[in-house]
Structures are given as C-alpha cells and as structure tokens.
Ligand binder design. Structure first.
Ligand SMILES: C[S@@+](CC[C@H](N)C(=O)[O-])C[C@H]1O[C@@H](n2cnc3c(N)ncnc32)[C@H](O)[C@@H]1O
Length: 284
C-alpha cells in the first residue's frame, strides 16, 4: 500500500501532493473543503470548525441536507453492488470523500473479494484518511491517488491507476456527488466523455449530482455554504445530468432522484425532497 499510494500521490511529508496538478493544496484548516463539509453533514468526525460553519449555512437553508447526503451515499452503495453483481470487478472512484463504512471497496468486495479499487480525490485530507483506513489493503488491489478530475488525463495516465486497473477489462468509473463541484465553464460533459472514451466496452459510469429540487431560492441559500470553500456548488437540472451520460446506455430506471434508483426496500415517501439525481450508464 505504502509504495503504491505515496509514489504517485503524496509527497514525503504524507500531506503534500507529490505530482498532482494545482489546485491541490496541503491540508488547510482555515478554508472549508467539500469532503469535510460532506463528512460533517453525514455525521462524521473528520472536519474542522470552518467546515462545521459551512455545514451550518447549508442546514439553515436546507434542514433536509443530512438526509440528502445519506441517500446519496446509499445510492453509491446500491450502484456499486449492482455493478459488482453484473460482473464488474474494477472501480475508479473519483471524488471519493473521506472513507466511511460502506465505501466502494467494502461494497464491491462483499460481492467480488478480488475487486480492484482506485480512490481519487483532490483533497489531501481524503488521501490521509483513506491511507489510514486502507493501511492493510492489498496494494495490488487498491490505490489512492491525489488528483483533480478537471484534468482527467492526469488520472488516466497515473501510474497507480495503470498498476491497479486493467483497461482491457470493464471498469466502473464513479463520480458520485462530484460533478456539482465543476463549474459550467469547466466542462463536466467533456470530463465524463474523456473517461467514457478511455473505457473498454462493458464498462460503466455512475453519476449522482445535486439539483435545485425545483426551489432555486432555497438552493441558492444552501449553496452559500460552499461560497468560501475550495470549490463552489453548481446545480444542474435533470436534462443536463442526463446529458452527462451521452454515448452511454442508461440502466433502468434512468436518471432519477437517488432514492428511486433500484431501491432495496420501501421507498421513502418524501423522495422528491432528496435533491440528488443519479444514474448508471454502460458503454456498449
Ligand atoms: C460530496 S463528496 C462525495 C463523496 C463520495 N463520492 C460520496 O458520494 O459519498 C465530494 C468529493 O469530491 C471531491 N472533489 C471535489 N472537486 C474535486 C475535483 N475537482 N477533483 C477531485 N475531487 C474533487 C471532494 O474533495 C470530496 O471528497
């Protein structure tokens, strides 16, 4: 593990990115970070005061935000399970977040014990936590890479990605609750297309994305929580999110509010209050 994740990812001090391009920075406790705001909303412990303040802004406008991120996380689990059951054994999880129970590797390996997983995030805090959590992981099967999805080629060309994943066999690329951190001018569509084009047939792309829930004013208030963070929050509507799957075949039920995506139990009645859309697309 040590060799795989330090060589392409972190520098000698374990915090400074060794090779990744800007805007990756060292751990900054003075600025809120999306991964730590998310952790705070999820009820985790890995965040700082500045992240709690940001989460408070979100919750003040949108008290249901905690439920939303829990449902998003549950969607991630169901999507990974679905893909592992469909035979996919390789996962490239971009915008991993601070790993908690039910992370991609846990779910995938509960079905495919030999699943290969590369975690990618631009936040060095995520890499530090991932490394601690995955300390005993088999380095042939797992890697952690610090990189920015706005430079997709830096991820595809990363030595750790090439060592763990075989691009001759199907790979699931996860961009779960990630692309709303890509501004309109940063071309989320082009980013997804770059991964799609690099994948072999049988591969899949998993996306979930924040929406304004049909209430733009409340959404704008809530999004102020990210105004002073390292990335801001851009909502997209259903059509824009469907368009991210261009060139892919959407698995049923298509792009839906995440609680409606292949639920494993009763669907909550207030599913429309979960302002995340998600779906899974296959490359044929
Ligand atoms: C809301 S969390 C989602 C975590 C996890 N995917 C989930 O859905 O449970 C978003 C993650 O994306 C990461 N992120 C945001 N912008 C990024 C970028 N440009 N490149 C790589 N990671 C990014 C953040 O650091 C954070 O960990």
């Amino acid at each position: 593990m040590e060799d795989t994740d330090t060589a392409p990812g972190l520098g000698d001090d374990g915090l400074t990115p060794g090779w990744a391009p800007p805007p990756v920075d060292a751990i900054d406790t003075a600025k809120a970070h999306p991964a730590r705001i998310y952790d705070c909303l999820l009820g985790g412990k890995d965040h700082f005061e500045v992240d709690r303040q940001a989460a408070e802004v979100v919750l003040k406008a949108l008290p249901g935000a905690r439920e939303m991120v829990r449902e998003n996380r549950a969607f991630l689990g169901r999507a990974v399970r679905h893909l592992a059951e469909a035979g996919i054994t390789q996962f490239l999880d971009i915008g991993t977040g601070i790993p908690g129970p039910g992370n991609t590797g846990d779910v995938a390996r509960s079905i495919r014990p030999d699943a290969r997983v590369v975690y990618v995030d631009y936040d060095p805090v995520v890499a530090v936590h991932s490394r601690a959590l995955l300390a005993g992981a088999d380095p042939e099967l797992t890697a952690i890479v610090v990189a920015d999805v706005r430079d997709p080629k830096s991820i595809l060309d990363s030595p750790a990605v090439g060592e763990v994943l075989d691009f001759e066999k199907p790979i699931a690329v996860l961009m779960v609750a990630l692309l709303h951190f890509i501004k309109p001018e940063e071309d989320a569509h082009g980013i997804v297309a770059t991964f799609r084009d690099a994948l072999p047939p049988g591969s899949a792309v998993v996306i979930s994305h924040g929406t304004d829930g049909g209430d733009p004013e409340t959404s704008a208030e809530a999004r102020k929580g990210w105004d002073n963070a390292t990335s801001q929050f851009t909502v997209r509507d259903r059509d824009d999110i469907v368009a991210l799957f261009d060139g892919l075949e959407l698995a049923l039920p298509g792009v839906v509010n995440v609680p409606l995506w292949r639920p494993e139990g009763a669907v909550r009645e207030d599913w429309a209050d979960i302002w995340f859309d998600g779906g899974v697309g296959f490359k044929r």
